[in-house]
Design a protein around this ligand. Structure first.
Ligand SMILES: Nc1ncnc2c1ncn2[C@@H]1O[C@H](COP(=O)(O)OP(=O)(O)OP(=O)(O)O)[C@@H](O)[C@H]1O
Length: 335
């Protein structure tokens, strides 16, 4: 199957002010050789801690930011070769739901006017058709038509995030990128909003890239998970109901350990040690990016970066533990 969206060897550097003075290595490397593909109808979760480059990846995927290196393929075609009309199609087909709905809406426009503007960017509809689309989408996200006449400040955080979801879905996209869509919401409405989003993804047969720092949210909504650390993909694993192994990379497993467990007997001892903060941001170097924080690091890990290699069907991991120590089985390493 041809992926709907594919990122090939994507790197992104943000130049520092020193770059103007000619010091090229002062670039800030946010993404390094990231490969990513999403097939039509798939829901993939992308997890990693704050600042690892998730939003940058999402913006590159949506064509909002250019990568420093690498290619973005939409339906198999490099978007660099796209003309204005082709790019408009990508902008319509790929919509992002950002974490905070606070700054998404113009405070001087009603929700209805903002939704209308989103539609006008891509479709020529009569006034009547537009009003029908607005009422229908508000209804889908659980808001009645009176919300179209309200200003954003008159909505609660949860209602505004629903309106934000309506803004992304009203143009009938093919792929939605949900960038921490419930992180800014109260715990009491997170599950309800996630349920609604999950239902709409199924109902509208959408392809979904779900970004979160919380592995449990992704477990709830996706079929595959990609784990990123400091701009490098460390693991890809499937979330099938009969999964035996789950994630195996030490970083992915430490993310799993962060999920609150109610039963004291099932809590993991030594969690604080495994999740110790790095003393400083690790800049890209030869070895594994997780080397300094890894509870299982060996001298070889600091010298050579591990490649993302297959471990089982649909499961890839970039860790020397699995690929250098060939005499150790995966089960032995994980247990
Ligand atoms: N336009 C920019 N110019 C310079 N640096 C940037 C820019 N955008 C992002 N960064 C930096 O790139 C790094 C990755 O940012 P990004 O927003 O992609 O991370 P993230 O994983 O989405 O974080 P969070 O979960 O907190 O949103 C951060 O250190 C950020 O400061």
């Amino acid at each position: 199957m041809l992926p709907l969206l594919e990122l090939k060897n994507i790197s992104k550097d943000y130049g520092c002010s020193e770059r103007l003075t000619g010091k090229e290595d002062s670039d800030f490397h946010v993404l390094r050789n990231v490969n990513f593909a999403i097939n039509p109808g798939e829901s993939i979760g992308l997890i990693g801690e704050s600042g690892c480059g998730k939003t940058t990846l999402a913006k590159i995927a949506a064509g909002l930011v250019n990568p420093t290196q690498g290619q973005v393929l939409y339906s198999g075609k490099n978007i660099k070769s796209f003309n204005f009309e082709d790019m408009q199609r990508v902008r319509k087909d790929v919509q992002i739901i950002f974490q905070s709905s606070q700054s998404i809406f113009n405070p001087y426009h009603t929700i209805g006017k903002s939704l209308r503007q989103a539609l006008e960017n891509f479709e020529k509809l009569s006034k009547n058709e537009m009003e029908k689309r607005i009422t229908a989408i508000l209804d889908k996200v659980g808001l009645d038509s009176s919300f179209a006449l309200r200003y954003p400040e008159k909505l609660s955080g949860g209602q505004r995030q629903r309106a934000n979801i309506a803004r992304a879905l009203i143009v009938q996209p093919r792929l939605i990128i949900c960038d921490e869509p419930v992180a800014s919401l109260d715990f009491s409405i997170r599950k309800k909003t996630l349920d609604m989003l999950k239902g709409l993804i199924q109902e509208m047969s959408l392809t979904c890239l779900f970004i979160s720092h919380d592995i449990s949210t992704v477990y709830y909504t996706c079929q595959k998970v990609a784990v990123m650390y400091q701009g490098v993909m460390l693991e890809w694993f499937p979330l099938t109901p009969d999964r035996h192994l789950g994630p195996v990379h030490p970083y992915s497993r430490s993310l799993l350990d962060c999920v609150p467990v109610s039963h004291p007997a099932r809590r993991i001892k030594g969690r604080e040690k495994r999740l110790a903060e790095p003393e400083q941001k690790v800049l890209f170097r030869k070895g594994c990016v997780f080397y300094e924080r890894c509870p299982h690091s060996q001298p070889g890990c600091g010298k050579q970066a591990p490649a993302l290699q297959p471990l089982a069907e649909g499961h890839f991991v970039a860790c020397h533990r699995y690929h250098l120590q060939e005499n150790i089985s995966v089960q032995q390493v994980v247990l």
